[in-house]
Design a protein around this ligand. Sequence first.
Ligand code: APR
Length: 196
Amino acid sequence: MKIQVNRTVLELVEGDITEMETDAIVNAANEYLIHGGGVAGAIACRGGPTIQQESDEWVRRHGPVPTGSAAITSGGRLKARYVIHAVGPVYDRGAPEQSAQLLASAVRAALRMADEHHLKSVALPAISTGIFGYPLEDAAQVMIKAATEYLSGETGLERVVFCLYGRPAYEAFAAALEPWMPVTGASWRSFRDTSQ
Ligand code: APR
């Protein structure tokens, strides 16, 4: 499933993000960039020790990565040249609005980091929806909105992919993307066109 937002294709795929051949893949990281479990563990394992070493170096130089922001390392042995480490929030049931703002900020920070490195393509996982407990359907709405808004502005990105792990995650993102799809006629129109 894909749409076009200005000059960028925004796409959903179901799969393992460590296999993606985009210029960068995004990691769902913690503030200390200690890549233990979940997608972080898979990325660190598949990419080899360079990723954790460069992450440790980043934290030594810049300090912990605040929630809602991002860091970058090389991709080690991955197909992607870079890993962008975005820190999403631990979901706070008592403050869902604040969680949403931090999650949107993490998505924007990851895309901005890709632009700052003049990358053309990037793949993101469903940040915060695993160990950090963010409800999948809510996270999908927040992430799709943040990405479409970012891509409506100045960007050199040509392809942004949400790489979803398993059918339920894919379905949640597909439901969130549905309102952005063309209503009738051609299945391929720009986001600007469909919003008129
Ligand atoms: N490819 C794509 N998505 C994946 C993969 C994979 N190989 N493995 C897991 N996921 C999905 C999960 O199904 C979930 O939907 O990534 C999403 C995010 O889950 P987590 O990895 O648990 O990330 P998060 O909830 O943001 O928690 C971050 O977990 O691994 C630690 O170091 C990380 O402390 C940090 C915390």
